[in-house]
Design a protein around this ligand. Structure first.
Ligand code: BT5
Length: 229
């Protein structure tokens, strides 16, 4: 599996609480950057700010990448990049699906959520130890009733989608994120804006090198949105 998806090591589990917890445990044991944790099911998958992430068995890709970035990413730069990596991987592996990003890093199609990204850093003595980059993607479904109104699966857009096909495109892109500079480059910011879905009425002016979104509010003020929670 590791050879197939282009990772130094892949840990495969039938069922876990959260792949993030397993990635952190591996991080504390010295596992190398690019180690991937995959589970068929999560019983306590989580989103940002402690929100729950529904992860039924076989329904999607529930993955954490353990990364040890050479340069400590500023603000939400890594999360923005991870979203871009997912979108780019999907355009290669699921060409029938047109997906966009919703700030900071939801993967959406026509306002419905296909997936999300959760970055959790662990620090030791003021230095970045590692980051667990969690990616949840609804591939085949089923979608849990609790999110049925807002979520969808890739198979609704392309019946031929396969989890392995998506992983082959996605994992090398995630592993490579450890080698990126601290700030988002101009080209990444431009790509992000090009792929961004914004709610009607919202005027996005730009994205900063730390991933903050600059939005023109209704009263004309410029707002810098950094709160990814
Ligand atoms: C996210 O959080 O979108 C990040 C999700 C990351 C999940 C991955 S799975 C592998 C790894 N291990 C983990 O434990 N987590 C990561 P957030 O933006 O906070 O969105 C959470 C919200 O999305 C919830 O409050 C629901 O409304 C909705 N949601 C929950 N499960 C969903 C699903 N399967 N599909 C679409 N929406 C969902």
């Amino acid at each position: 599996m590791a050879r197939r998806v282009g990772a130094p090591r892949v840990v495969l589990e039938a069922s876990v609480g959260s792949t993030q917890d397993l990635a952190h445990a591996l991080g504390s044991q010295g596992a190398e950057s690019g180690t991937i944790v995959l589970a068929d099911e999560q019983t306590a998958g989580r989103g940002r700010a402690g929100r729950p992430w529904s992860s039924p068995p076989g329904a999607g890709i529930w993955l954490s990448a353990l990364l040890r970035p050479g340069a400590t990413p500023v603000g939400g730069a890594l999360a923005i990049r991870a979203g871009l990596a997912v979108r780019s991987a999907l355009s290669e592996a699921v060409p029938g699906a047109r997906v966009s990003l919703k700030w900071p890093n939801d993967i959406v199609h026509a306002e419905r959520k296909l997936g999300g990204v959760l970055c959790e850093a662990r620090w030791t003595g003021g230095r970045l130890g590692w980051v667990a980059v969690g990616v949840g993607l609804n591939v085949h479904g089923p979608i849990a009733p609790s999110v049925a109104g807002t979520a969808m699966a890739l198979a609704e857009l392309d019946a031929g989608v396969s989890r392995l096909g998506v992983l082959e495109a996605l994992v090398p892109r995630l592993v490579a994120l450890a080698d990126r500079p601290a700030e988002l480059a101009e080209a990444e910011r431009a790509e992000y804006l090009e792929r961004l879905w914004t709610p009607p009425g919202e005027k996005v002016v730009g994205v900063d090198p730390d991933g903050a979104l600059r939005v023109r509010a209704a009263d004309g003020r410029l707002v810098r949105r950094t709160d990814a929670a």
